[in-house]
Every structure is written in C-alpha cells, then in structure tokens.
Design a protein. Sequence first.
Length: 146
Amino acid sequence: MAMLRRLCGNTHDADDVFQDVAARVWRNIGSRPRLKSPRAWLMTVAYRQFLDHRARRPIHASLSDHDSHARDWSVVDPLTLAERSDEVGRLDQAVKELPEILRSVIVLHYSGGLSIRETAKAIGISAGTVKSRLNSGLEHLRRRLS
C-alpha cells in the first residue's frame, strides 16, 4: 500500500488500485509459476495495475494526504511525532514532484523494496537505466529537501 500511495499520490486511488491488484492476484494465484521472489512478482503486478489505472483515469494527488499508516506510534513525545510528520510530509511532497520516470523507479526500489534487477524487470528497462534514474531521482530529492 505504501508503494501505491506514493505512486498514486493519494490514498483513494491507491485503495482502488490495491483492490484491482488483490482481485487479479486472487484470480491468477493458482496459475502463476513458482517464483524466486513472490514480493517482486506482487510489486510488479501492483505497478502494472497502477499504470492501467492511470491510463483509464487521471490520478489527482492530494497535498494533505499523508501516509498515516507508516507512523511510529511507539513514540509518544508530541514534538517528535510532529517533527516526523513534517518530515514525512515534505518527503512525500518531494517524491510527488519528481518526474514520472524518476518517481516510479524511486518508489519501486525504496518503498516497494525491489532490487535494482527486479525494478528493471517491472518497468521494462535495463538495470543500468534503473541505477541512473535512482541516482538522478535521489539528487533531485536532495536538492529539494535541503
């Protein structure tokens, strides 16, 4: 869900895509081949479903739509929670502002947890291109957040 929220830019569209992914996985779970990395397969299905969803209707990002599911509720200090919330909000906004070709690679690799090779396969580009886009995306984020 975190990966989809970052790709979509809002929780509503991410929920729609997630439901489509769950239905697709459920329908095809018996026919899928034995996988080396089920996580990579699932993230690839989710990414491709995101692309299908985006092609059917535009996705509207909400600036106030923060990733509340990723909060660390073990921290009870209000100041620390406020600082983390602000940092997460700034990072999410910076990721939303990345060009699509950079954002997809950043989100699949870091939020989705895919390796460089798995990210390349999911998007349909070479591993070298993934490395280049990761580097460029991180540089954009550093400049934006500094």
